[in-house]
Ligand binder design. Structure first.
Ligand SMILES: *[C@@H]1O[C@H](CO)[C@@H](O)[C@H](O)[C@H]1NC(C)=O
Ligand SMILES: *[C@@H]1O[C@H](CO)[C@@H](O)[C@H](O)[C@H]1NC(C)=O
Ligand SMILES: *[C@@H]1O[C@H](CO)[C@@H](O)[C@H](O)[C@H]1NC(C)=O
Ligand SMILES: *[C@@H]1O[C@H](CO)[C@@H](O)[C@H](O)[C@H]1NC(C)=O
Length: 417
């Protein structure tokens, strides 16, 4: 959508009109509520001397109950009309803002704002609408909690609440009018020295996390793609993609050579602390790393290295235009679970943002079962990618069980319709 030219009109006048309008509506609502209640009162007083009336005028019970249910239906439908009127005023359909306990800030954020000069000729829109994930509807209580804060004050220390919402599909989150906690980032190094320098625990945000320092994180297996991945000095992290441990580990230089020089920007869904992006940066390739802060301050850490963290769940459509990336790397995180269609939606989105002849690097994808491997293989084959590398390997894990991993480098075909 193009940009929208906005001229500020007479804001005060519009505000007044809006309040007049809403108090008129409030009066109307009050009136409707009173009349429906009077209706109901009448219905019940009318039917209470039932036996007597029944006897006298030979009216039978079914006739009366028919009338009562008619009145009840009437009350019900006027309540629905009221809710609809409120929705129309707020201009938001999918989240029921007429419910009790909805944070006022949420209503304000979601309110539609008509363009002061009417329809914009370039974009064709007539109002500005706020964007919020439709699944927020399922977690509206949490959302309301998230939107309960002091306007212009400091934001509550609640990013774990925000992440919980995102993981429930409430993405994007609404914007807020409060100041997020600012952590002083002292002692940052300049690029590219920053890529491999230890960062101080103090420049990272630990709120809501079990660990409160890097040493604690390094003693944990955070996920399949991050075992000691915050320790840039010792261990394997500084050798990844440069020295192979197994046949499933491809070297960055080998993969870049497969791209015959055209690899300049990449997208990493592989998780971890940004090491892939760091090594690519040393080869003058810009990589965006998608990450959430699951059990560790991944986003902060990647940014401190001078790399680009994208705080986004894999359920979200990638915020990039078609055919922009020369390379996409994915790892075990690709296993989104659920029905096979879920993986298909993700794979089609990866395919969309990858340019023709670009490379898709599947890096040590953990195949939970043979079935999983078959599903993924069939899916990849359907996309018609050229298999430049394809290695299925086994690894014996900590408890002596053998696990199957798939690594591949695939080239997106040029599709002509
Ligand atoms: C009640 O009234 C209706 C119509 O007025 C009649 O069809 C029905 O048979 C009556 N029922 C009884 C139990 O008298
Ligand atoms: C970096 O931090 C790790 C622990 O997090 C430590 O083991 C290592 O010695 C540090 N390296 C340097 C160069 O300070
Ligand atoms: C990266 O770019 C710089 C500056 O253009 C250049 O000096 C350097 O050789 C390049 N590095 C690689 C690995 O291509
Ligand atoms: C090893 O693999 C088995 C089965 O796949 C799993 O149950 C177990 O938790 C794994 N152990 C480690 C230490 O990863």
């Amino acid at each position: 959508m193009g940009s929208v030219s906005l001229k500020i009109g007479d804001g005060t006048a519009r505000f007044r009109r809006a309040t007049l309008w809403s108090s008129a509506v409030n009066l109307l609502m009050l009136f409707s509520v009173i009349t429906t209640n009077l209706f109901a009162l009448y219905a019940f007083t009318y039917s209470s001397p039932k036996p007597h009336l029944l006897h006298d005028s030979h009216k039978n019970i079914s006739l009366i109950s028919e009338q009562v249910s008619l009145i009840l239906r009437e009350i019900d439908s006027s309540q629905k009309r009221l809710a609809q009127m409120e929705k129309d005023i707020l201009g938001f359909e999918s989240i029921d803002l007429s419910r009790p306990n909805i944070a006022h800030e949420l209503k304000i954020f979601l309110q539609n704002h008509p363009l002061p000069l009417g329809k914009d000729s370039r974009s064709g829109i007539t109002e500005m609408v706020a964007s919020v994930g439709h699944s927020c509807e399922k977690s509206v209580d949490l959302l309301s909690e998230y939107m309960s804060y002091k306007v212009n004050g400091p934001c509550p220390d609640d990013w774990s609440l925000a992440q919980k919402l995102i993981l429930r599909g409430c993405e994007p989150l609404p914007r807020r009018r409060c100041f997020a906690k600012a952590i002083p980032k002292v002692g940052l190094y300049s690029f590219p020295i920053s890529l491999w320098k230890n960062v101080s625990d103090k420049v990272l945000s630990w709120s809501g996390l079990g660990c409160k320092n890097l040493e604690c994180l390094n003693g944990k297996k955070l996920n399949k793609d991050c075992v000691g991945c915050f320790d840039l000095a010792n261990g394997y992290e500084n050798q990844r993609y440069v020295k192979a441990r197994r046949k499933n580990d491809f070297l960055i230089d080998d993969v870049l050579a497969l791209g015959s020089g055209g690899i300049r920007i990449g997208f990493d869904l592989g998780g971890g602390s940004g090491t892939f992006a760091a090594i690519m940066a040393e080869r003058n390739v810009t990589v965006v790393t998608v990450t959430l802060n699951m059990d560790a301050p991944f986003s902060d850490f990647i940014a401190t290295r001078g790399l680009f963290p994208l705080y986004l769940s894999l359920d979200h459509r990638f915020p990039f235009y078609d055919n922009v990336f020369d390379l996409v790397r994915a790892s075990s995180g690709l296993d989104v679970g659920g029905r096979p269609e879920k993986l298909e939606f993700l794979m089609f989105d990866i395919d969309r943002i990858l340019r023709a002849s670009g490379l898709f690097w599947l890096d040590n994808y953990y195949c939970v079962s043979d079935e999983k491997k078959r599903v993924l293989t069939r899916l990849i084959e359907r996309f018609g990618y050229k298999k430049l590398k394809w290695v299925v390997g086994e690894k014996v894990n900590g408890s002596g069980k053998s696990e199957v991993y798939l690594s591949a480098v695939l080239q997106k075909p040029v599709r002509v319709r």
